[in-house]
Structures are given as C-alpha cells and as structure tokens.
Write a protein that binds this ligand. Sequence first.
Ligand SMILES: C[S@@+](CC[C@H](N)C(=O)[O-])C[C@H]1O[C@@H](n2cnc3c(N)ncnc32)[C@H](O)[C@@H]1O
Length: 216
Amino acid sequence: MTTPADLRVFLDAAARRPHSVGAIAPSAPQLCRRLAQIVPRTHVSTVVELGAGTGTVSDAIGERLVPGSRHLAIEIDPSLATRLQGRRPDLEVVVGDAADLRAILSERGVDRVDAVVSGLPWSLFPAAAQQRIMTAVAHVLAPGAGFATFAYLHALPLAGARGLRRLLHDTFDEVIASASVWRNLPPALTYTCRRPTVRSTWATPCVPTAYPAAHR
Ligand SMILES: C[S@@+](CC[C@H](N)C(=O)[O-])C[C@H]1O[C@@H](n2cnc3c(N)ncnc32)[C@H](O)[C@@H]1O
C-alpha cells in the first residue's frame, strides 16, 4: 500500500528525475497484482524486480513468495531505494542500474532467477538501453522462468512503446498482453513473456561432450 509519506518521496523523485521515474503515481494494487502473477507460489524462488520505486509492486511480489525465497529489488534512485529498504528490511534493495543486472546478480552469487518483474519506464529509454536491459533479462532467466512488465495505454502508439513491443517479440517466444488495467493512473496493460529466444550463456549443449566431434 502506498502511504502518504511514500507518495511524497515518489513525487519528489518524479519531479527531480521525470525522465527516469516516468510516472505520475506509484502503480495501483490491481496492476501490481497482475505483474506479480509471474512469481511462482509453488516453490522457493529467486525473483528480481527492476525499478522498484517505493515498493508497491514489491509488496505484491512479497504476497506470493514462498518463505525462504529471495527478492532483489534494483532501483536507480537512491532516495527511493533508501525509503524502500527502510520500509521493507526483508528485501535486498540494490541501488543500481537495471542495465547492470548481470553484474549485480553475479556480485550477489545469483546466476539464474525464477522471475523478473519490471517497473521500468521502458518507453523513455533509447533503443540501445532497452536492448541492453532486455538482453540482460533474457540471460538471467532460468528455464521455465518468466518476465513481466507494463506499459501505459496512452503511450502505446508512441515510438518508445512500439520499440518495446518489437523488442519483446524479438527476445521471447511467448509474449502475452493483458487486458487493460483501468484502475491504474494512468491506465496500463502488462506483458508476460516466456522462453527467451536470444542465445543464453546458461544454455547447456544438447549433445553430450563425450560424443565424438564428428557426430556433433
Ligand atoms: C514508473 S516508476 C515505477 C515504480 C514502481 N515499480 C511502481 O510501479 O510504482 C519507474 C521506476 O524505475 C526506476 N528506474 C528508472 N530507470 C532505472 C534503471 N535504469 N535501473 C533501475 N531503476 C530505474 C525509477 O527511479 C522509478 O522508481
């Protein structure tokens, strides 16, 4: 739940860095719950959240996580990260850039994750930044893991949002857009993506290494 104090911190960050926060309010519970559905309720998991803000999506993720799971929340704005860590000491809040996802995880001994949930303002990023972050996401997903993100309805015709859709379809075998979430400010939809098609560094060879080279 967003408290008045959270809202103040969020609006302050949005005023200081409008092109980084990219929202006029924290996401509504309906949108947060939709995004969090990518998080497994069936087993202990490791989940990464990108652009956690004041933690509305973090709370929805927390409601699904099985005890013993790990939840890393990456947030570029130090004031938002400090606020979130103070309110949710159970989270591993990292002040950092989502583009450095792989390094951030590797420094913490994490190689694969079971879900990535994004609150990033994708449509404000240049194409190269979108690509860099999406590639990093694809590379850290474990087999069977998924990625969820959102987009604002009014921005869907704009170049940034069209670029994001193209990138999602280029990066994942399955991309499912949800129905509109009207009770968000502004209204939004989510994308749920599975099975990265980009080459993964984690991919194990299909052919056993003992197999003679001529037959590989
Ligand atoms: C649209 S707000 C979403 C905040 C929160 N997840 C929510 O849904 O209410 C975007 C958030 O992403 C953060 N952000 C922007 N660029 C980022 C980046 N490159 N790496 C990590 N966080 C970033 C912003 O500071 C902001 O908190």
